[in-house]
Design a protein around this ligand. Structure first.
Ligand code: GLN
Length: 509
């Protein structure tokens, strides 16, 4: 019985809690049991907070016992990516440099989860400082894809995707700077949304690239994703780029799932050549299903997208090199004294700490960013990349004149093997080719499963993009496609995830 609970959708959990058919403590305990049984193999979590989660669940059950008015999601547990500050719980960003750091405050979105009564099960693994597409850059070892434990669960938010596909949490929070919510969703058969830039507060997110970073919801169904989006979204005076408007009507759009008369734009530059045949085939079938459901299709041309990857890999390292300067051995976490130096200067301590504390990918990007921002090169690199960013936003504006949403495969391939791309940064960066344009333009995007590729039986992702502040369109289209696909599959795609050996191995705490 308890094992079955973990397979329910979050919507069903919320409903059963409201009807008092299950208790929040029972539901949270079922997930903690599941974590104890399988996370030794999957490694989704960096920290599990069983005691804290059960206390939050008990508080919800007590409040329900007193007939208090509760949030619809009260008692539904959640996992939070380790780049998000949680007071009293370690927040490492997958980095050695933040080992042992416990934030004294909650990110705004965490405050909202707590206010809604959602027990926080723990913090999920990620590539160090959210740089990567596989979680292999985590200082604490990679997470694994529940579909095949030899494969990557995507990145940087591979902890938040694998946690869902292995039923260790019904919901998770991710962050998406260049695709770290959408690409992990694509390769694990789960759903994830990058909201419009400014739609979810960045207060309390450890910054990677501030003009691109966006936190968002991850789940196993489109409706669950919408329910979480509604909890965490909205204006926050503590985030200067927060949008001063109500959260888009994402839940209603997901429930209606209506695409009648909608114009779907297939982005020419993000399909076809370079995409794995099985990924491309599932994409084309999905577009046809949307047409059958009442939408129309146009092809749209976004010629400047070919520069997106290059622009992103200048803008991101530039902003990251500046943001990561705060890890100076004085303020947070690790401090390393240089070997054999008597009376070391602050600079020497800083250098020794950053040498030990940062991994290779983080160092690579700091060096790249520092170079791109240096005087004499600023205009040629950073300045030029910002101009490309404008051209990409213009491509989107033109495309949205003829289409209500744009679609593409989310990632060019299915999940690759652990180790396959680790020594080839460019091959790793290419995973982001379809997701990056949305971050550069600040528009919302979603990935949902479109099936499995014939050649390897692994999940494929379908990406939907909408104009800024029109996030509800993602949910209307995503939900309609999910319904059409479910009737074809006769169930949920994740029913096909092989049963994980429940080793009872020690959970990484
Ligand atoms: N894979 C991308 C990168 O390495 C995306 C990162 C992200 O969205 N946080 O930069």
């Amino acid at each position: 019985m308890t094992h079955d609970l973990t397979r329910w959708s979050a919507a069903r959990m919320a409903d059963a809690l409201a009807r008092r058919e299950i208790s929040a403590v029972e539901l949270t305990q079922a997930h903690l049991d599941r974590i104890a049984a399988v996370d030794g193999a999957v490694h989704s979590y960096l920290h599990v907070d069983g005691e804290g989660a059960l206390a939050q669940a008990q508080a919800v059950d007590d409040a329900r016992g007193r007939d208090e008015d509760l949030h619809v999601m009260a008692g539904v547990p959640i996992a939070v990516k380790d780049v998000i500050a949680t007071s009293g719980l370690p927040t490492t960003c997958g980095s050695r440099i933040l080992a042992g750091w416990v934030p004294p405050y909650d990110a705004t979105l965490v405050t909202k989860l707590k206010a809604a009564g959602m027990p926080i099960l723990g913090k999920t693994n990620m590539d160090e400082f959210a740089m990567g597409s596989s979680t292999e850059h985590s200082a604490y070892g990679p997470s694994r894809n529940p579909w095949d434990l030899e494969r990557i669960p995507g990145g940087s938010g591979g902890g938040s995707s694998s946690v869902l596909a292995s039923f260790q949490a019904p919901l998770a929070i991710g962050t998406d700077t260049g695709g770290s919510i959408r690409q992990p969703a694509a390769v694990t058969g789960t759903v994830g949304t990058k909201p419009t830039y400014g739609g979810v507060s960045r207060y309390g997110l450890v910054a990677l690239a501030s003009s691109l970073d966006q936190a968002g919801p991850c789940a196993r169904t489109v409706l669950d994703t919408a329910l979480l989006h509604a909890v965490i979204g909205g204006y926050d005076p503590r985030d200067s780029t927060s949008i001063h408007a109500p959260v888009p009507e994402v839940v209603r759009a997901a429930q209606r799932a209506d695409v009648t008369g909608m114009r779907i734009g297939v982005v020419k530059q993000l399909t076809g050549e370079g995409y794995q045949p099985g990924v491309q085939a599932r994409f084309e079938e999905s577009v046809q299903l949307l047409v059958d459901a009442g939408a129309s299709v146009v092809e749209v041309d976004c010629p400047n997208f070919r520069f997106a990857l290059a622009a992103y890999y200048l803008i991101l390292p530039s902003e990251a090199s500046s943001n990561l300067a705060r890890f100076d051995a004085m303020r947070y976490g690790l401090r390393v004294l240089p070997d054999g130096v008597e009376d070391p200067s602050a600079e020497q301590v800083m250098a020794a700490t950053r040498e030990v504390g940062f991994g290779a990918e983080v160092k690579r990007r700091i060096i790249l960013g520092t170079y791109a921002l240096s005087s004499g090169y600023y205009d040629a690199y950073y300045g030029q990349a910002q101009k490309v960013r404008r051209l990409i936003a213009d491509d989107f504006s033109r495309a949205f004149e003829v289409a209500d949403v744009l679609v593409s495969p989310t990632a060019p391939t299915t999940a690759f093997k652990i180790g396959e791309k680790l020594d080839d940064p460019l091959a790793m960066y290419l995973n982001d080719v379809a997701t990056i344009p949305a971050n550069l333009a600040g528009i919302p995007g979603m990935s949902l499963p479109s099936g499995v590729a014939d050649e390897d039986g692994l999940p494929t992702g379908f990406q939907i993009l909408a104009p800024a502040t029109q996030d509800q369109r993602l949910y209307a289209v995503g939900s309609a496609l999910e319904r059409e696909l479910a009737s074809r599959w006769g169930g949920h795609l994740l029913d096909r995830v092989p049963e994980l050996a429940t080793t009872g191995a020690e959970v990484t705490k």
